[in-house]
Ligand binder design. Structure first.
Ligand code: ASP
Length: 465
């Protein structure tokens, strides 16, 4: 390493030691005879003092320093004089008396100061996201995500789950949104769809005998954006064979309990309360009830169960799935599927936290005939069903085990855990509410040559940006 210590590490116990630090100039105060620098890295801040006599050449170089220059500084740890101790900083009792200084890279004057509580427009923050990420609050949100992933991987790994990847270039999976399409160069006129979720692949993995699958999966849905939506987002997606609802509930509750304990130091009670869809609508006028007041606690989880299997699309005059068409109907309602679809309950469940849906799943259909029947009720006839989902219907005929699963929206969960109002605050490189990336300029037009290779022509129309 170029350094011996980080900028958050040195304390009064290190007084007298020699230390080399690397980082960014956070502030520079030139008092004529002395120059003070706060040097910042991801771990913290340390004050450096340049005294002309002791620093020599380094003092001269320090005169050229500006905010955000990347430097390497060597010196001796010194106890700060009485009255200059900063009790708000872990390193506030010491300073480093500089002996050597190297500018590793100068910096332009940043478009905004790297301070915790300044008000910067979102477009500016996202255009210079690399500078925005130097702020502790934004950085801490990334750290929280990394810690969350570690907990998830160790919890599910220790319970026999296998982490499997599924394709990004794939076929449309219906989760109720528009697909993002990718034209195929080798198969002209044909398109891949980016997955709205790994739903069909995880069910196929159950047919293959994986039994316990999970994936921290990127999902893509072309929807109108809101504070809690992004065109691409991350789910913890999991699926299990030979289970019923209770197995999914108990696994989820243990995982959430661990997450809250490890990340927030909060003990939550399990099992979570359950409320039926009808009851939630009647009592709270919502299928995402915020139970914080009712349960008298700051993280209030509730399972919403007994959803209807179908809802009526009045515009298109047809039934459609309340969740997705792979959800199993309740055993008791099998006989009324076609007669009274409005009365059929599903084996699906939503996990709601503080009034926000953070997870959704179901026990699935694993039988080809029943799956065909459900497609038929929602207006997908046999020919169309085989065209779109033939691979799943075929797989169901090769010994598909009973299975079920759930998927959690990790961006929403992280926003709640970090107390952020928007999921954009917990995503490394988010897009604006108009789906635009100010950093890269995506989406953008492409070369004529690329369009030609894809056999595509673009009609010049209304600007969408
Ligand atoms: N695939 C579903 C979704 O993304 C979740 C699930 O049913 O497991 O909403």
């Amino acid at each position: 390493m170029l350094r011996t210590h980080t900028c958050g590490e040195l304390t009064a116990n290190d007084v007298g030691k020699e230390a080399t630090l690397c980082g960014w100039v956070a502030t520079r105060r030139d008092h004529g005879k002395l120059i003070f620098i706060d040097i910042r890295d991801r771990y913290g801040l340390t004050q450096i003092v340049f005294i002309p006599k002791e620093a020599g050449e380094a003092y001269k170089i320090a005169q050229d320093l500006r905010n955000e220059f990347v430097i390497k500084v060597k010196g001796i740890v010194n106890k700060r004089p009485q009255g200059t101790i900063n009790s708000k900083l872990p390193t506030g009792e010491i300073e480093v008396l500089a002996q050597e200084l190297e500018i590793l890279n100068p910096s332009l004057n940043p478009p905004f100061e790297i301070l915790e509580d300044i008000d910067i427009g979102e477009e500016m923050r996202l255009k210079y996201r690399y500078l925005d990420l130097r702020r502790k609050k934004v950085f801490n949100n990334l750290l929280l995500r990394s810690d969350l992933y570690k907990i998830i991987r160790s919890f599910l790994g220790s319970r026999g789950f296998i982490e499997c990847e599924t394709p990004i270039l794939t076929k449309s999976t219906p989760e109720g949104a528009r697909d993002y399409l990718v034209p195929s160069r080798l198969n002209r006129g044909e398109f891949y769809a980016l997955p709205q979720s790994p739903q069909l692949f995880k069910q196929i993995l159950m047919v293959s005998g994986i039994e316990k699958y999970y994936q921290i999966a990127k999902c893509f849905r072309d929807e109108d954006l809101r504070a809690d939506r992004q065109p691409e987002f991350t789910q913890l997606d999991l699926e299990m064979s030979f289970v019923n609802e209770e197995d999914i509930f108990s696994l989820t509750e243990q995982l959430m309990q661990l997450i809250l304990k490890d990340l927030k130091g909060v003990e939550i009670r399990i099992p979570f309360p359950r409320i039926s869809f009808d009851e939630a609508q009647k009592r709270y006028g919502s299928d995402k009830p915020d139970m914080r007041k009712v349960l008298n606690c700051d993280f209030a989880f509730v399972w919403v169960i007994d959803f209807p299997l179908f809802k009526y699309n009045t515009e298109e005059k047809r039934w459609e799935s309340e969740h997705h068409p792979f959800t199993s109907p309740c055993q008791a309602d099998m006989g009324i599927l076609e007669k009274t679809p409005d009365k059929v309950k599903s084996r699906s469940y939503d996990l709601v936290l503080n009034g926000m849906e953070i997870g959704s799943g179901s026990i699935r259909i694993h039988n080809q005939e029943l799956q065909e029947k459900i497609f038929n009720i929602i207006g997908i006839d046999k020919e169309n069903a085989y065209k779109r989902f033939g691979f799943l219907l075929e797989a169901f005929q090769f010994g598909a085990p009973p299975h079920g699963g759930v998927a959690f929206g990790l961006d929403r969960l992280l926003a709640i855990l970090s107390g952020e109002l928007s999921i954009r605050e917990v995503i490394t490189f988010p897009k604006t509410s108009a789906g635009f990336c100010p950093l890269t300029g995506a989406p953008s037009d492409v070369d004529e040559r690329q369009l030609k290779e894809l056999n595509l022509t673009v009609k010049k129309g209304r600007e969408t940006k």
